[in-house]
Design a protein around this ligand. Structure first.
Ligand code: 2AM
Length: 174
């Protein structure tokens, strides 16, 4: 692992109850779609993906995160789908709550002002449950109502067993 850079992203990190519900849906989808299930303790929704970031920028990232004034909100994950190009199977909200977009775009604006690079492709809220999968048919599941009370900064390293995530900061919403 590099000492000068960390692979970072801002994310929503589920609490235990939501994590359990997500794992259950992942099992339901996996039975039909196959593929590889993401481990329950790694499930998350990315807000902004920074990628390899110089470690000296982390202090600025903390300042940016602490200055966000987004209110608590709820995300309803009621849609299950796959992307063809990367074979990812995911849940997403049919409607993105305004607070979610405010948080994402707020972070992006501040990162841009600070000259910190991030993935600038249009934001598509999604929570990956399966990799190497194909959506063969629609699968019914009970929507997950996820109460968002905080967001986190995550450092990602690649292990033989898959990605390992470490939470290096967490900030409560208002
Ligand atoms: P994914 O689940 O769709 O792969 C850690 O890799 C997290 O960052 C995952 O949620 C992953 O999304 C996301 N991610 C990885 N590379 C990314 C990129 N280039 N742009 C946006 N998000 C990315």
């Amino acid at each position: 692992m590099s000492r000068t850079h960390q692979r970072l992203f801002f994310a929503l990190w589920p609490g235990e109850d939501t994590r359990r519900a997500l794992w259950q849906v992942s099992g339901t989808l996996h039975q039909v779609w196959n593929g590889r299930r993401m481990k329950p303790d790694t499930l998350h929704m990315t807000l902004v993906f920074l990628g390899d970031t110089p470690v000296e920028k982390v202090a600025v990232l903390r300042e940016i995160a602490a200055a966000m004034d987004t209110r608590k909100f709820e995300v309803t994950l009621n849609h299950a789908s796959c992307w063809r190009h990367n074979k990812v199977g995911f849940l997403s909200p049919e409607d993105s709550p305004p607070e979610l977009l405010q948080l994402v775009y707020g972070l992006e604006d501040k990162l841009e002002e600070a000259g910190i690079a991030f993935d600038e492709r249009p934001y598509k809220p999604h929570l990956t449950l399966l990799r190497n999968t194909r959506c063969t048919t629609q699968v019914a599941f009970a929507p997950i109502h996820w109460h968002i009370e905080e967001f986190v900064l995550v450092s990602s390293t690649t292990r033989e067993t898959g990605p390992a995530y470490q939470l290096i900061g967490r900030w409560p919403l208002k």
